[in-house]
Design a protein around this ligand. Sequence first.
Ligand code: SF4
Length: 186
Amino acid sequence: MSKAKNGTARKDPGEEPRHGHHISPKYSNLRIVLANLPYAVMVLVGMIIIALALGLSSSAWTAAGGYVVYGVVGALWIIVFLCPYCPSYGQRSCPCGYGLVSARLQPKGDTELFKKKFRQHIPVIVPLWLIPVLVGGARMLSSFSWPLAVLLGVFVLDSFVILPLISKRHGCKYCPQRGACPWMAG
Ligand code: SF4
């Protein structure tokens, strides 16, 4: 057991979150994996949408693969350029585990800069939410397809409803940065 940044005792890995306004939860590995599922689903469904919308040709799959690479690089981008400035850097209070990975890759940054870094770096990943909708939507306008319609429905539900809902109601709810975070304000 070690001391957390705010001086409270830091419990062992695997402990379930504790709820309360002044206590940061400590997310177990299982909770961390579950918290990453909506993002993984978004990237995989987005990949299939792009491949389907572009006709399942080899170039369509290349574009779809590029989207997956973008999804992975986007997550790494946040880990490298944003997480070092978060109070959950290196802590199990980070719901998705990025903060733990960040501590292995980058030195700690100044938490006072978090808001500025958030505004700088979140736009880098925003197109991940838009590309499948634009590519799939364009295809639907030219020729309607039920499989594509269903996949677009799943993508929108996952990335625009479930993912933000889990972030705001689950992880961000206990984040010490909550008051200053543009994501919560948005
Ligand atoms: S809470 Fe968000 S910004 Fe903070 S370490 Fe985790 S992923 Fe990074």
